[in-house]
Design a protein around this ligand. Sequence first.
Ligand code: 3PG
Ligand code: MG
Length: 396
Amino acid sequence: MGWKTLDEIEMRGRVVLVRVDINVPMENGQVSDATRIEKIVPTVRDILAKGGKPVLLAHFGRPKGKVVPEMSLAPLLPELEKALGVPVRFAEDCIGGPAKRAVQAMAAGEVLLLENTRFHEGEEKNDAQLAASMAALGEVYVNDAFSAAHRAHASTEGIAHILPAAAGRLMQAELKALEAALGSPQRPVVAVVGGAKVSTKLDLLGNLVARVDHLVIGGGMANTFLVAQGIDVGRSLAERDMADTARAIIARAAEKGCAIHLPVDVVVARAFAEGAPSEVLPANACPTDAMILDAGPKTVAEISRTFEACRTLIWNGPLGAFEIAPFDAATTAAAQKAAELTRAGKLVSVAGGGDTVSALHKAGVADDFSYVSTAGGAFLEWMEGKELPGVAALMR
Ligand code: 3PG
Ligand code: MG
């Protein structure tokens, strides 16, 4: 695919700098979701099996070029050791004396984690000197951080130009899944795009209408499209100043032969609260003092029929306010339908984005999708058709 894999680079006896994304959520000092840590295991194990010495480069949070002790990677060591099943050493800096000494002290079969790359100002600036200092620690560079590949940083981009570079297993899996979903998919293709705002997903919608056969729009952004059609949505979340933009997207979709699916019925409530009394109404009948918080059952039935007619699904964003019951119903039902078709071998389903992934977990179907991306922003930018600097840098 234009980049090297772990199998095409000599690693025996070599120090392999591996950019990983272990930017995991924490609650009270404990990792609350270790998915990103578990997903780097195949790459690290393969490097060890090939006789290489894996040295992990990673960021954590957004310390903005300063040493912020609360954003140290050190607390992740126990989770890393648990997932990898080998000792993981730690160096308190990703360059210089501490890093060099830790690399030299590595025994065969060990893994070394270097402190947060974003503690250095040069990281986000893609500073050539910082990239060179990191590169000086090893002989090979592997990028396994697809979810940080939309950042052109020293450890994701700059360094790839200095050392022989390869994509890790997770990076490969992510790119393969996205290629199958949007690059050269089996048609027809349906995209589900939800979330609060049209304004944050303009590029996405613009790219998708030209590439997919069906576009299901849900969440708060669907309200904006209803407004664009002259429908009163009461107190619903909607970007009323985006009506022209929404109309332009509808026009472009018609031009490109993409069918847009908006809610035909909606769940409305007077309060945005768990268990708030709600009712199902036609999409054009939201009372002026109520707000739309989910898609209704007729809409879900239409989405299900669309899924049945398609071979590929790409999903980003929930259909309603899925964090609070009962407004998770449409998202859950549609996710379960997609899972059922995937299990039956009738649909290739790919999903990404933080909210989307939590919604799939909530619906109990994350494992049934063909692929669930570890990426948020990078997944979105990829769906927008943008080049990801971290991926581009691996191409030679
Ligand atoms: C993420 O969690 O989205 C990635 O780790 C990238 O982090 P960032 O948005 O702070 O660049
Ligand atoms: Mg992000």
